[in-house]
Design a protein around this ligand. Structure first.
Ligand SMILES: Cc1cc2nc3c(=O)[nH]c(=O)nc-3n(C[C@H](O)[C@H](O)[C@H](O)COP(=O)(O)OP(=O)(O)OC[C@H]3O[C@@H](n4cnc5c(N)ncnc54)[C@H](O)[C@@H]3O)c2cc1C
Ligand SMILES: Cc1cc2nc3c(=O)[nH]c(=O)nc-3n(C[C@H](O)[C@H](O)[C@H](O)COP(=O)(O)O)c2cc1C
Length: 502
């Protein structure tokens, strides 16, 4: 009997231990999920490393983690000094948010990264790694975002692939942070996020909208011309290279579907035009409990979209070239659908101009080599149209699919060719290319290596605009072969190799 009692006590004790152990495991799992938002988790493939003195970069690192987490991507947030060679070896994507101090130096929690980690890494040890760097700084300092650039330089030297050039944030300028959010959307594969700050939009109107690639094997591309809604000439102020931030709106159908889902017919649909209506079932139940005003106020605004401005102000319209993104039959991407289909010509278009200093024309009258594909022609066209560069020499290398359908802005290009602004135009169309002929714009570079070297020798700057996937990396690779990595990086430092890729 005594043995039976002891056995029962032992079994109860073992079951108790098993429960404790299981709860401990669950708790650990929960912690690891929470930490992927902010602190610990060794399995995450995305590392967010920050170097911050007074906290701004660290805060943006947390916001970055939250956006990725909302898109279902776990990340691991640490200071740059905590980023060891072992952690780098495991990561697939590294996002660095780094501020700069002193003479372009690191904040304290990033000042040992070179000695402890980078210095221990060999030549091509980071070839597995995709990196994006957000630099915080103040352009009144001599070494603006100097530490961020140094990081990019050193990581690039060890073979890391860069998703984009350093995104510089001057005095925490909000539009640069929104631009960073765009890349987080790309990295996470989730373009539906909430902007950290709402752009202060102006109202513009569409004065002309035309599909300019009928019969193309690619998606429709629309040339869209806009003017300020109140014809205010003061709003017509931007430089070649600048970007239009657009506040998209919902289609009428999407608004009606939302109202039906909520069982409301008392809300004015106009109040829902710019709100994010893609809400979960749980959120929908909450919304149903609210009165109309509270419901409308509780919705977040749709995220912005960015488009390269294709014109200059003295052409009297702000021009965009927008590729229509289809997500299902008659269902379009948020920004491209709004601009190409849903917004009618009477509708105010929310638009804000983002200064994009990195892609402004050089101040001297040096020649320009303009390289791009697809809608990237927009960002390049603006430089050709720039009256300040009317007496310079330019060379356009451009790739698209079909010569018959995708010869974007051909009339303008021929005009500039005749006028001597465009000394050379080299275009390549992938669907027309015969075997052995160049297909993509990157294929045009090596055969023209000597001429490209001659132009650069004569002081030319290289500007690249268009696809991040496929084009930008291949062009970069070809240019490295032609000029050598050191020379190309020096050109980038001197703002003679500038890219605007997306
Ligand atoms: C600096 C810069 C300049 C740019 N310049 C130009 C330019 O000149 N011209 C231009 O056309 N673009 C340009 N872009 C890209 C532009 O900002 C947008 O990313 C592009 O128009 C697509 O946005 P969207 O809102 O139409 O599509 P999104 O709604 O963002 O959709 C994008 C992708 O997400 C997926 N997706 C979205 N919704 C769904 C859904 N319901 N179901 C399934 N999948 C879905 C699809 O794969 C779709 O292809 C630029 C970007 C940057 C950063
Ligand atoms: C003492 C001091 C020195 C700075 N030096 C630079 C500099 O050399 N280059 C630069 O781009 N920004 C410089 N800055 C600006 C900071 O990098 C910028 O304010 C940044 O947003 C700070 O981010 P943090 O809060 O993450 O440290 C300096 C700021 C201070 C206070």
């Amino acid at each position: 009997m005594r043995y039976l009692a002891v056995s029962i006590i032992a079994i109860v004790y073992l079951v108790f231990c098993w429960f404790c152990w299981r709860n401990y495991q669950r708790r650990q799992q929960q912690l690891s999920t929470q930490h992927s938002l902010g602190t610990e988790s060794t399995s995450a493939e995305i590392i967010i490393a920050y170097a911050s003195q007074s906290g701004a970069a660290a805060t943006i690192a947390s916001q970055t983690a939250l956006q990725l987490n909302a898109a279902g991507k776990a990340s691991h947030r640490i200071s740059l000094n905590q980023l060891t060679p072992e952690r780098l070896a495991q990561a697939k994507t590294l996002l660095i948010i780094a501020s700069t101090y002193g003479e372009g130096e690191a904040p304290d929690n990033g000042n040992r990264f070179f000695a402890r980690t980078i210095g221990k890494l060999g030549g091509n040890s980071l070839q597995h790694l995709h990196v994006a760097v957000l630099g915080l700084g103040d352009s009144s300092y001599k070494h603006f975002c100097g530490f961020a650039h140094l990081l990019q330089h050193e990581l690039q030297h060890r073979g890391a692939h860069f998703l984009t050039d350093v995104i510089e944030v001057d005095k925490l300028e909000e539009s640069a942070l929104r631009h960073w959010q765009y890349y987080l959307g790309q990295i996470s594969g989730q373009p539906h996020y909430t902007d950290w700050s709402r752009p202060a939009y102006d109202e513009w109107k569409i004065v002309q909208r035309e599909c300019i690639n009928h019969g193309s094997p690619g998606a429709p591309a629309f040339h869209i011309q806009l003017m300020p809604a109140d014809n205010n000439a003061a709003a017509m102020s931007w430089k070649a290279g600048d970007i239009a931030e657009i506040g998209p709106g919902n289609s009428e159908q999407k608004i009606q579907q939302f109202l039906q889902r909520l069982g409301r017919d008392t809300i004015n649909p106009v109040l829902l035009l710019h709100s994010d209506l893609s809400v979960s079932e749980e959120r929908c139940i909450e919304l149903k409990k609210m009165d109309d005003a509270a419901l409308v106020n509780s919705l977040t605004e749709l995220p912005h979209r960015e488009y390269s401005i294709a014109s200059v102000p003295n052409e009297n319209t702000l021009d965009l070239l927008v590729r229509q993104v289809s997500v299902a039959p008659l269902q379009y991407g948020l920004g491209s659908g709004w601009l190409s289909v849903h917004a009618n010509e009477q509708q105010p278009i929310r638009l804000r101009i983002r200064t994009n200093k990195n892609f402004h024309s050089p101040e001297n009258n040096c020649p320009l080599i303009l390289i791009g594909n697809g809608t990237g022609i927009a960002g390049l066209r603006a430089h050709l149209a720039n009256p300040a560069r009317a007496h310079t020499r330019n060379w356009l290398l451009f790739g698209e699919r079909s010569a018959a359908a995708d010869n974007f802005f051909n009339t303008d290009l021929q005009h500039w060719h005749k006028a001597g602004v465009l000394a050379r135009i080299d275009r390549v169309f992938s669907r027309d290319a015969k075997p052995g002929e160049p297909r993509y714009v990157q294929d045009l570079l090596q055969p023209n290596a000597l001429e490209l070297q001659r132009w650069v020798q004569e002081g030319a700057a290289i500007f690249v605009c268009g696809s991040l996937q496929g084009m930008a990396q291949s062009v970069d690779h070809a240019l490295r072969n032609i000029f050598g990595t050191q020379r190309l990086e020096l050109m980038a430092d001197q703002r003679r190799y500038c890219r605007d890729v997306y």
